[in-house]
Structure formats: C-alpha cells, structure tokens
Design a protein around this ligand. Sequence first.
Ligand SMILES: [Zn+2]
Length: 158
Amino acid sequence: MDPAVAIAPCPVDPCKNYKARTDTACCAAAGIDRGDAGGIVCCDGRKVICVWKHNYAGITGKAAQLVHDCIYEHEAVHLPETINCTIGQRCTTELKRGGVIWWDTYGSECRAYKREVRCLQRARNKCGDDTFCRSNIRIFLEQAADQRDAYCKWVFFS
Ligand SMILES: [Zn+2]
C-alpha cells in the first residue's frame, strides 16, 4: 500500500468550530453599509436584511422606529430577488453586499419603493398629532416617492 494513503488523517469538517455571525454582527461589519440606509448582506452563506440607522442619524423620536420599519420593508421586497449567497461557504467568513438580479434592477427597485411609500404613508398616520414626527416622515416619503417614480417609469410589467 502507498504509505501516504495509509497515514492520511480523517477528513476534518472545516465548519466544525466556526460560529456563524448574528444579523447584528453581519450588518455592523466595517464598510458594508457603503453609506446606505438599508441593504442586503451576504454573510456566512446567508442573506441578511440590514438597516443602518447611522446613515439617517438626523431623525429622532417616534419617527426613527417608523422609518426603520419602512426601510426594512423595502429590503424585504429585494430579499427573494437578490442573487443567492454561495452555498457551502457558511464557514468561510464570506461577507459582501447582495445585489438585485441585474436584468430586473429597475423592476425590483420599483416594487420596493412602492412598498416603502405605502409604509411611510401609514407611518405618517401613526405619528398622530406629533408634528415633529410627521415632518420627519414627510422628508422620507417625498424622497421615496421620487425614487419610485424614477424607477417605475422604466417598468412596464410590475
Ligand atoms: Zn432598493
């Protein structure tokens, strides 16, 4: 028998001692936000929705949580429409930004901003007579509506 084969060690599972990161750890990784308020991260072989509050830090009080939830809803539309993380890479500290499928970027953003606008409209009502909250929400609502119109005008089937 070939001696090299005879003394070959048992295969070791490379993932045996690897502990997958939490969503919080995945989203907090340096530079992964690229200045965006929200995004999808491919982390340890799975897709994670991130909302980066420090990128809309001007907003405080009741509106902050409402905006957070609407950014999350926007990203939730993208989640099934982003490219899968590499299967089998779960223990190799894989970390990168997820991308929407290239041939449907406008469609995906159109759908995501439509959802975000509806969410922000509901959020504005949830402010009640808190005028500071309403004015904060209005800024995001106007931006999201502009983005929706810019993307959706190129989308004929959505
Ligand atoms: Zn988007």
